[in-house]
Write a protein that binds this ligand. Structure first.
Ligand SMILES: Nc1ncnc2c1ncn2[C@@H]1O[C@H](COP(=O)(O)OP(=O)(O)OP(=O)(O)O)[C@@H](O)[C@H]1O
Ligand SMILES: [Zn+2]
Length: 715
């Protein structure tokens, strides 16, 4: 299809715009208009009978379909300049690498109000969401004036696409940081080398509490002083308030925060400030990566190993991997920080692709906590607690210190069971148990997979026995037990249920940080990133649950999780202790944990991966299929496999057997998967490019949905 540069077109003559739309169909869609529109400009169009917001990707001389079937666009949404060229390049790369239509990348990553046609029509639209945001008190006059005068830029998206507000120079009255330790000084010099070199990736491997955050702030100061912007990514929303506070105190108020819990209006305003260059620092979770930043000079990915950087639906991208790509594309440095780097990143550092900088000790000269494995096989457990852990909790309480009980399972109990027959609380729609939850004074059953809920039956639905009992325990039951066992203690539970309401997570964490709790009970939500001042004891229940998982990444994740949660203890005072209860103290993973030895663990785990040809020594892609019956999903995957094997591009690609997912049915849909693997990335992608366009044909009939995931993190 011949593409034409918009600048050459004469106004008044019909042009064809290739528009990306967020619909599950490949390719772009042609619309006509009376003058060219720059790539990266949003337009309102009719798709079938639906009004949609799309994004212009190119201008064509001739449409891809018969000219009389091409519909005109409804409106050019000229409240924003075209998306900048580097942003369009990143989206194009993501679409290509993850094998998705462009429209499924370009539109979903925008703030929701920018992609809703209704936001631009009707009496109350008042010029659209951008104009409304700019008219709010607080929006600068200059912006209001610009928004009122702005006409669409019919130029190349690359040139001067964004409004760039000049930096204000050094933030006023920035608080001074602590005097750096020798190790921090050395690492900062390494990071500054990277800045001076202009680009490259550094892995900042620093043990928990080593003061990595301090170095991000120092480096950010340099970048800001040079008039550039900083993108700071964190894995969890709950980590933003703590960091936001440090950033404001040290670097000033030219900060924007973006994450998925913001209201639409707040998210749009933060996005506008960042993309207009009015904010110098953008702090956010993975979706913040897709924000245009006209003066971007540094990207930091904190806790880079964290699985939350991987989007789990739609475009299944890794924000960390795309951050590295964006840095490379822009020729700016990227810093990946972690106490427990992912093995992918660690290998890059070992091979010299990334520059390895290490902080081997804690910043405040505290030793890492002592770790004890307590063998649960012969212990007399009280509600899952060993006498050793209970004694340790007692001792901390007596000293007035804070403790954390970590259990990665929310709710009251994972299953309800009848004492006399085999009945268990099974979800009607999923191959999973319904979890018992306490709601105030009542209990309910809830499925964590489909969200279905039902009241607790009075008696066993199968045999009528009234004696039905919760089995095992989650955070709520632990909280209840601790309250009984330690009546004077202030107990605070932090998990997804306790933090569901807006603002409640921030309030709970603030109380934990302020030392207003003696015992914290929490899931992985509390295990990472937080800098608790008085926490001296960590008890880990149920660590073994991940030990024998099918997923080859389970040991890596378990090790990281335990190192991270252990790392919350003793950050300000010595004498901290971690107690891990386990049935398998002899397992290599626990032995490495005792030594706080990430490097040894990584060496051992990488050796194993190399022997088995697993990532990072190979690349993987996962084809998943959904159907009412898993047999149909498996048949489709079997056909896909046969088709793949018949293609010449399959050379060098290992194609495994299709298998049902571990939890095969969710919400009455059954799922299966097929794994592709190759030693080099290229071969895998070549095969997928040849194979995927043929699959819709093969999926006809019983298969409801199929999808491809590149670099899957869970198998
Ligand atoms: N040079 C220093 N002198 C004194 N205190 C410091 C110094 N550097 C950092 N700190 C303090 O040490 C604590 C731990 O630092 P920080 O939270 O940055 O660690 P981290 O490496 O990010 O840890 P984690 O990986 O566990 O998140 C913080 O309270 C921080 O203020
Ligand atoms: Zn369910």
């Amino acid at each position: 299809m011949p593409l034409k540069r918009p600048a050459g077109a004469v106004s008044g003559e019909t042009v064809y715009l290739a528009v990306a739309l967020d619909v599950p169909l490949p390719g772009l869609f042609d619309y006509s208009h009376d003058r060219p529109v720059a790539p990266g400009v949003r337009v309102r169009v009719m798709f079938g009978r639906r009004a949609m917001v799309g994004m212009v990707w190119a201008v064509r001389d001739v449409p891809g379909v018969a000219a009389d079937r091409v519909r005109p666009i409804e409106a050019v949404l000229d409240d924003l300049p075209p998306m900048p060229a580097d942003w369009l390049r990143m989206a194009e790369f993501a679409a290509h690498y993850y094998h998705r239509p462009l429209g499924e990348v370009l539109l979903p990553v925008l703030p929701p109000s920018l992609r809703k046609p209704a936001a631009y029509t009707g009496a109350r639209s008042a010029g659209g969401p951008v104009c409304r945001a700019d008219r709010r008190p607080g929006a600068s006059r200059a912006v209001r004036k610009r928004a009122a005068l702005e006409t669409p830029v019919d130029g190349d998206a690359g040139t001067d696409a964004a409004e760039v507000a000049p930096p204000t120079g050094n933030p006023a009255s920035a608080e001074d940081g602590p005097t750096l330790t020798d190790a921090q000084v050395r690492v900062l010099a390494g990071l500054r080398d990277l800045l001076a070199a202009g680009s490259g990736v550094a892995l900042l491997h620093g043990v928990t509490g080593s003061g990595k955050t301090e170095l991000y702030l120092r480096l950010a100061q340099d970048v800001l002083a040079a008039g550039r912007q900083v993108l700071l990514l964190v894995p969890e929303i709950n980590l933003t308030p703590q960091l936001e506070h440090s950033v404001r105190a040290r670097l000033g108020d030219r900060l924007a925060v973006i994450h998925s819990r913001l209201s639409e209006g707040d998210r749009l305003r933060a996005w506008l400030r960042a993309s207009r260059g009015q904010a110098d620092i953008l702090l956010g979770t993975r979706l913040a990566l897709f924000t245009p930043l006209p003066r971007l000079g540094l990207i930091v990915v904190d806790e880079e190993h964290d699985a939350s950087y991987k989007q789990q639906d739609g475009l299944r991208y890794s924000a960390r991997d795309l951050a590295v790509w964006r840095g490379h594309d822009l020729g700016i440095p990227v810093v990946l920080g972690s106490a427990t780097p992912s093995l992918e990143t660690w290998r890059h550092a070992q091979e010299g692709n990334y520059r390895l900088l290490s902080l081997p000790d804690r910043a405040q000269a505290q030793p890492l906590p002592e770790i004890r494995l307590v063998d649960t096989r012969r212990a007399r457990l009280e509600q899952g607690f060993t006498p050793q852990l209970l004694d340790a909790l007692d001792a901390r309480l007596a000293q007035g210190g804070q403790s954390l009980v970590f259990i990665n399972r929310r709710g009251y109990a994972p299953v309800l069971r009848c004492a006399s027959c085999a009945w268990v609380s099974q979800c009607r729609r999923c191959t999973a148990h319904m979890v018992l939850h306490r709601m105030g004074s009542r209990h309910v059953l809830q499925c964590h997979h489909c969200g279905d809920a039902m009241p607790v039956p009075r008696a066993c639905p199968d045999c009528g026995d009234p004696d039905i009992q919760p089995m095992g325990r989650g955070t709520q039951r632990v909280e209840e037990f601790l309250a009984e066992r330690f009546p004077g203690a202030r107990i605070l539970r932090i998990d997804a249920d306790a933090t569901r309401l807006k603002g409640s997570a921030e309030a709970l964490f603030a109380r934990a940080h302020a030392g207003e709790a003696d015992i914290l009970v929490g899931t992985q939500m509390v295990s990472k990133g937080h800098d608790f001042a008085r926490l001296g004891l960590v008890g880990v229940l149920n660590a073994d649950a991940m030990l024998f998982s099918q997923d080859f990444r389970a040991p890596e994740r378990l090790f990281a999780q335990l190192m991270q949660v252990a790392g919350r203890a003793g950050r300000r005072q010595g004498g901290a202790q971690v107690i891990v209860q386990t049935d398998y103290p002899e397992q290599a993973i626990y032995q490495a944990l005792l030594q706080h030895d990430y490097v040894r663990f990584a060496a051992y785990a990488l050796e194993e991966r190399r022997d088995l040809g697993l990532p990072p020594f190979s690349s993987q892609a996962l084809l998943t299929a959904q159907a009412v019956r898993v047999r149909d999903a498996l048949d489709f995957l079997e056909a896909a496999r046969a088709l793949a094997q018949s293609l010449p591009e399959s050379a060098g690609v290992r194609i495994h057997d299709p298998v049902p997912l571990r939890i095969v049915r969710v919400a009455r849909v059954e799922r299966a998967q097929l794994l592709f693997e190759s030693d080099g990335r290229g071969a895998l992608h070549r095969l997928l490019r040849a194979l995927l366009p043929c699959l819709d044909e093969a999926a006809r009939g019983a298969v409801q949905h199929w999808g491809i995931e590149i670099d899957p993190q869970e198998i």
